[in-house]
Design a protein around this ligand. Structure first.
Ligand code: SF4
Length: 87
């Protein structure tokens, strides 16, 4: 469960409006399920905030900010490199 005090952007999330027919935790080989979740994320006004949160908190499961875990691993690796360079 996401803490809304920590993630206030969640109140505006598109995924809170969708039915349970769309899972944001599809299996990695469920390409149709992944596409459905990504389609919702594509309409989400807080997708950038969601992705940032998922990268920084190292969410390893589910679709966040329109990205799969594999896609986020690449983004997180680059982000960690930037953090390292800046310190
Ligand atoms: S980007 Fe996707 S997972 Fe994140 S809040 Fe928006 S709809 Fe939900």
């Amino acid at each position: 469960m996401i803490d809304l005090e920590v993630t206030p952007w969640r109140e505006a999330a598109a995924c809170v409006q969708v039915t349970h027919e769309v899972s944001f935790f599809p299996e990695s080989d469920d390409l149709a399920g992944i596409s459905r979740a990504k389609a919702v994320c594509a309409t989400c006004p807080v997708a950038a905030e969601c992705l940032t949160w998922a990268i920084e908190s190292n969410q390893t499961e589910g679709i966040w900010g329109g990205h799969t875990p594999k896609e986020r691993r690449t983004i997180r690796r680059r982000w960690l490199e930037e953090v390292k360079k800046a310190s």
